[in-house]
Design a protein around this ligand. Structure first.
Ligand SMILES: *Cc1c(COP(=O)(O)O)cnc(C)c1O
Length: 406
């Protein structure tokens, strides 16, 4: 036991630090009120821009609503136990998304790694320490996935030491399943390219007694996707927090079976000695993710959709009056399911390439980023615009097309 005397001895053993701390005139540094507001973008020369492209990681994803920033700020000023925040927030989130359990992860990618790691090890702490060296404890080591669903993000799965076994048909699945099969993974965004659809995938998993997972990282809207795949019976589901949900860009959700989430958490901080220690998510982000999700679910989605349509129509109607321009609004059925405007031009009339046009808009003031296209077309979305920015985008596009027509 620590006696009072020993405690005092210990405290006085760090006089230098204590001395420095108390000698800083902390309150006088900001004498006369609030410190001047610093514009760090300006100070460091970091370009900001109007985002008419979409929720892209290299453009820092999405912007958080004030309620989310308020949740982050207000929780930043107290200590608490990391596990307790995950317990309490996880319970709330699980209810919102119809899952048995949920945990806030550092993105959808880490959700895939952690969910699979949990399946491989269960709550056996010795096994937890051995991932990704699966052979040591005879852990399972294969993940079955449709060929068209095996994209770059499956690296999240192979990080556990598992390899991907590609299949195309239900017969292929039957042949591929063996005692090493840990998981059957599905990718929603490519579901139109695979032969096997969601329900059949889940049914096959149940038939062969193999857990199933789905990556829906970029797949709200529609909001119902948040619970659709939990209701369908996938054993775990991952989604990005920092895309259309507009939570912290570094956050995501892992939702699913209670035993899988509990095991996944053994691979997460505050615990070390696991593959997930580097996938830390702090309490502010966890609270922020919860508030972002709650706000996203409760918002008026029809009203928001109508606003996107109005804004995209404004841009469309500004540019399609120009000679040589054709426009088309489409809604991608999978991934970034939001009104998207394609502007195409006749290069014999308008002498500009998509690269030149995007470069001019990027270098203009204010800077604007558009989505990619072809040599004579660009795509743009309005769901990441702030109110009024649709007018700036429309005007700037018209200016550039007019200039290139001369
Ligand atoms: C964005 C994305 C990911 C990665 O999500 P993070 O939240 O950035 O980790 C994984 N899969 C798909 C299909 C994605 O679009």
């Amino acid at each position: 036991m620590l006696t009072r005397r020993k405690l005092i001895q210990r405290l006085t053993a760090i006089p230098v630090l204590g001395g420095i701390m108390t000698s800083i005139p902390f309150t006088t540094a900001f004498a006369g009120g609030k410190p001047p507001k610093r514009d760090l973008f300006k100070e460091l020369g970091v370009r900001t821009f109007i985002n008419a492209a979409g929720t892209l990681t290299y453009m820092t994803g999405s912007l958080m609503h004030d309620e989310v920033l308020e949740a982050i700020n207000s929780t930043a000023k107290e200590f608490c136990l990391l596990d307790e925040v995950q317990d309490k927030v996880g319970e709330k989130i699980a209810k919102l998304v119809h899952a048995e359990a949920a945990v806030v992860t550092s993105g959808a990618f880490s959700g895939m790694t952690l969910g699979l790691a949990g399946i491989l090890t269960g709550i056996d702490e010795k096994k937890v320490q051995q991932v990704p060296h699966l052979a040591y404890s005879g852990m399972k080591s294969e993940v079955i996935c449709q060929k068209s669903h095996d994209i770059v993000y499956n690296h999240a799965l192979t990080n556990t030491g598992c390899k991907i076994i590609q299949v195309e048909t239900a017969e292929d699945v039957a042949k591929a399943v063996n005692e090493r099969t840990a998981l059957m993974h599905f990718l929603h965004i490519e579901s139109d390219k695979g032969k096997i659809q969601h329900e059949e995938w889940v049914a096959l998993g149940k038939k062969f007694n193999v857990p199933t997972s789905i990556d829906i990282a970029a797949d709200v809207p529609p909001v119902s996707n948040l619970w659709r795949f939990n209701d369908m019976g996938f054993d775990f589901v991952v989604i990005s927090g920092g895309k259309a949900i507009r939570g912290p860009q570094s956050a995501g959700l892992l939702m699913g079976r209670k035993d899988i989430i509990a095991a996944a958490r053994l691979h997460m901080p505050p615990r070390g000695f696991n593959i997930g220690r580097g996938m830390k998510i702090n309490k502010e982000e966890i609270f922020g993710m919860y508030i972002a999700l709650e706000k996203y679910i409760n918002q008026d989605h029809d009203k928001e959709w109508a606003m996107w349509e109005t804004n995209i129509a404004h841009i469309e109607n500004t540019v399609n009056k120009l000679s040589g321009i054709t426009t088309e609004v489409h809604v991608p059925p999978l991934g970034n399911h939001t009104p998207t405007l394609r502007v195409t031009w006749d290069q014999s009339k308008i002498k500009v390439t998509d690269k030149q046009l995007r470069e001019s808009l990027r270098n203009g003031s204010p800077s604007i980023e558009l989505g990619g296209g072809t040599e004579n077309s660009v795509n743009l979305t309005v769901f990441m615009l702030k109110p009024g920015q649709e007018k700036i985008v429309a005007t700037r596009l018209k200016e550039e097309f007019t200039k290139a027509t001369a």
